[in-house]
Design a protein around this ligand. Sequence first.
Ligand SMILES: Cc1ncc(C[n+]2csc(CCOP(=O)(O)OP(=O)(O)O)c2C)c(N)n1
Ligand SMILES: [Mg+2]
Length: 418
Amino acid sequence: MANLSFLKAHFKRYTSTVFDLKFQTIQDQINGFSNNTGNTWLSNRLPGKTMSELVEILMSDSILSLCRIAFFILYLPLKIKSVGTTKTSTVKFSKETYLYWYELMLLLRRFEEKAGQLYGMQKIRGFCHLYIGQEALAAGCMTATRPEDPFITAYRDHGLAIAKGISAKACMAELYGKATGCSKGKGGSMHFFGLKEAFFGGHGIVGAQIGTGAGLAFAEKYKGTDNVSLTFFGDGAARQGMLHETFNMAMLWKLPVIFICENNNYAMGTSVARTSNVVDIYKLADAYDMPGDSVDGMSPEAVHEAVARAVKRARAGDGPTLLEMKTYRYKGHSMSDPQKYRTKEEVEEYKSKDPIEVTKATLLNEFGVSEEEIDKIIERVRLEVEESVQFAEESPWPDDNELLKDVYVQEDYPFIVD
Ligand SMILES: Cc1ncc(C[n+]2csc(CCOP(=O)(O)OP(=O)(O)O)c2C)c(N)n1
Ligand SMILES: [Mg+2]
């Protein structure tokens, strides 16, 4: 019996140390083992037991128990070893995809940080809303769509514009108001645009682009393409009447559109809970018989998967989907925001799940990418942003005669007479 009590103590010591951390995994493996082998003694007795209870069970019988103990002594160390060394990999995408996501998200982050600095130096004026924190959304949407799928968004548009392929140079020049900007320097931060890149803005009226996004989808359907419109808007915009009228018509006409609510928890300083009783924005789809889903917007993987599903539906002619992406902006609403509506701890919590850092860790740990390769990406991004600033600095201002170009004019408008 002395030996048995030694074993018991031995197991118990493990229970309170290694097993506390790894117990669930071991338990799962034991359950899997007992189910796979059809071992009814194991499958009846082991699942759901704590490690101490398992030890009690093992100690309970005499000779038979000794056999079981022998089995455990042989089996458990093997499993414990494997728990320590086996990586439970959650990686679902290729190394190239992660590399693409990492570089894109880093470019968006560095571009925005630079824009913030330049704003402080008054190189950039007017409104300026940074995308910092929300990069995983752009990354996941890009890999789940084709270049010709049109995107449209609100004024927090720098990230999606660059993701769609408008160059950092053209974007920075637009922030500066220079003639070489993507909207010829006439739009500024809130009105980036790129026809070639299928990026349709950049809109300052909260919620207005929701209707225009469905219009883009209508145009694609009318032209007979299978392109899908990705229509982005904020949680604040979700409370606008435009959303409801658009959802209704988009469903009725089965338009190829994905409505993507970038729920960053705040509309300026107003939290989602203060704007409606319906805090799960994806449920708004129910009223229109539209499929809706809640998605982890801090994960490019989750964003990709949800968008890919919705894209498949839309391309097949089955109509719209609403995706509520739970995301977070690390910076204020715009450049002057004292951020009294949230705590520093809340911001830090989201930062601790930063998608750029998580993706970098995946590249290093799961794909064996070296620190040198990561450094090369960081350097490439740094250069791209630096060059965009130089380009913006050296670019000319728009000519005065540009003022009345690209402006809608109705020649026979009868109401204003000179
Ligand atoms: C129709 C309209 N109402 C109010 C405003 C002022 N406004 C600008 S941004 C904003 C908050 C919108 O928040 P959200 O839709 O969540 O987008 P986010 O800024 O979080 O990206 C408001 C109310 C506006 N631009 N347009
Ligand atoms: Mg918001």
